[in-house]
Write a protein that binds this ligand. Structure first.
Ligand code: ZN
Length: 98
C-alpha cells in the first residue's frame, strides 16, 4: 500500500481559489493561520473527491471536476472566510506582519 497515492483533489481546488476569494474580503485576516483555518473549514463542508495520482488523464479530470464543483467551492470558502474572520484563533490586536 505504500506507493498507493490517493489525493483529495478538493484540496487543490480550494487552495487554488482561496486567495482570489479572500481578495474580495478586504477586512478578512490573510495570515497563514487564518488561511489554513479557512481552507480546513471549507474542505470539511465539501465532499472529498479522491483521485489516484497514477491516472494519466489526471489534469483533464481535475479540470472537469473543478468546473462541476466550483460554485459550491466558492460558496463554502466565502462562508468559511466569514466564520474565521469573526472568530480568528489569534488575537485581533496581534500585529499582522503580512
Ligand atoms: Zn489571521
Amino acid at each position: 500500500m505504500e506507493d498507493m497515492q490517493l489525493k483529495n483533489y478538493m484540496e487543490d481546488v480550494v487552495m487554488r481559489n482561496l486567495d482570489a476569494i479572500l481578495a474580495k474580503f478586504p477586512k478578512a485576516c490573510k495570515c497563514d493561520e487564518c488561511r489554513k483555518d479557512i481552507a480546513t473549514l471549507a474542505l470539511n463542508n465539501l465532499p472529498p473527491r479522491y483521485i489516484s495520482s497514477h491516472q494519466g488523464d489526471i489534469f483533464m479530470r481535475v479540470n472537469d471536476m473543478e468546473l462541476q464543483y466550483l460554485v459550491e467551492v466558492i460558496q463554502q470558502i466565502a462562508k468559511a472566510i466569514k466564520i474565521v474572520s469573526e472568530h480568528p484563533r489569534h488575537h485581533r490586536d496581534e500585529p499582522l506582519l503580512k
